[in-house]
Design a protein around this ligand. Structure first.
Ligand SMILES: C[S@@+](CC[C@H](N)C(=O)[O-])C[C@H]1O[C@@H](n2cnc3c(N)ncnc32)[C@H](O)[C@@H]1O
Length: 234
C-alpha cells in the first residue's frame, strides 16, 4: 500500500455519511442511463448480473442498485468502511448478494486472494466520490476497467473542479480531508481521456448533478458540485 493510500485508510476509519442520500437517489434515478443489463430488463434475463463497487465506503451505490443485480462485491482500503458496508447490507436485507472485502487493487502488486475469477468479469464497476482520493487515477481506471467484461459499464461519481459553491475550496475548510485528495475534481474532457486511455472508449457521457453535496464537520460547511459519468469497455 502506498503512503498516500495509507493516509486515506487512516482518514476513513471514522463513519462517513456525506452525500449518501443524494447519491443514492441520483444513481437509482439514472439506472437505465447507466446500463441496460439489470435483473429486471430484457437483456439481463437469464444472466447473473454482477457489480463491483470499489472504494465503496458504507455502500450507498450498492444499496441503491442491489434490487436490480444478482451479486455485488464491495471493496475498500478501510476496514471500518467494510464493516459499515456489511452492516448496511444486513440492514437493507441484501446480505445474500452484497459482500464487502477489505483490499487495495491499486497497490503495486495486487493481492493473490483478490485475483480469483470471482473478482473479474463484472457487468458494472462503480467508483463514487473516491477517484480524487487515488494516488494515480489513470492507473486506477486501467486496473478496475480490466475487471469488467467486454461491453461492461464503468460508472464514476466525483467532484467537478472548483466551482461557484466552494469559492474558498475544500482545502481552507477541511485541511485534513484535503491532504487525502490527489486531484480536486475532473472535467468532462479529463474523464473522457481517462476512460479512453483505460480501454473504455464507448458510450461516454458526463452529467453534472444540479444539487450540490454538502460536507459538514466541526461546525463548518462546504458545498461541492458533483458529476456522474459512464463509459463502456471496448
Ligand atoms: C469519500 S469516501 C466515498 C465512499 C463511497 N464510495 C461513497 O460514495 O459514499 C472515499 C472512500 O475511498 C476509500 N479509498 C481511498 N483510497 C482508496 C484506495 N486506494 N483503494 C480503495 N479504497 C480507497 C476510502 O477508504 C473511502 O471509503
Amino acid at each position: 500500500m502506498s503512503d498516500f493510500t495509507e493516509l486515506n485508510r487512516q482518514y476513513f476509519r471514522a463513519e462517513f455519511r456525506q452525500g449518501q442520500e443524494l447519491i443514492f437517489n441520483e444513481v437509482q434515478g439514472r439506472r437505465s442511463w447507466v446500463s441496460d443489463i439489470w435483473s429486471d430488463t430484457e437483456l439481463g434475463k437469464g444472466h447473473k448480473v454482477r457489480m463491483l463497487e470499489y472504494a465503496c465506503g458504507p455502500g450507498a451505490i450498492s444499496a441503491a442498485l442491489a434490487p436490480f443485480v444478482d451479486q455485488i462485491v464491495g471493496m475498500d482500503v478501510s476496514e471500518e468502511m467494510i464493516k459499515q458496508f456489511n452492516i448496511n447490507a444486513q440492514e437493507t436485507g441484501f446480505e445474500d448478494k452484497m459482500v464487502g472485502y477489505h483490499g487495495d487493487l491499486l497497490a503495486e502488486s495486487v493481492p493473490v486472494d483478490l485475483s480469483g475469477p470471482e473478482f473479474y468479469d463484472f457487468d458494472l464497476v462503480v467508483v463514487s466520490m473516491a477517484l480524487h482520493h487515488f494516488d494515480k487515477p489513470d492507473l486506477a481506471l486501467k486496473r478496475l476497467g480490466e475487471r469488467l467484461k467486454k461491453g461492461g459499464m464503468f460508472l464514476i461519481i466525483d467532484m467537478v473542479p472548483e466551482d461557484k459553491h466552494s469559492p474558498h475550496g475544500l482545502h481552507n475548510a477541511f485541511p485534513e480531508a484535503s491532504a487525502t485528495i490527489r486531484i480536486h475534481g475532473f472535467t468532462l474532457e479529463h474523464m473522457q481521456k481517462l476512460f479512453k486511455d483505460a480501454g473504455m472508449g464507448q458510450k461516454f457521457d458526463y452529467q453534472v448533478i444540479q444539487e450540490p453535496v454538502v460536507f459538514n464537520k466541526e461546525g463548518k460547511e462546504i458545498k461541492k458540485t458533483i458529476f456522474i459519468a459512464r463509459a463502456q469497455r471496448n
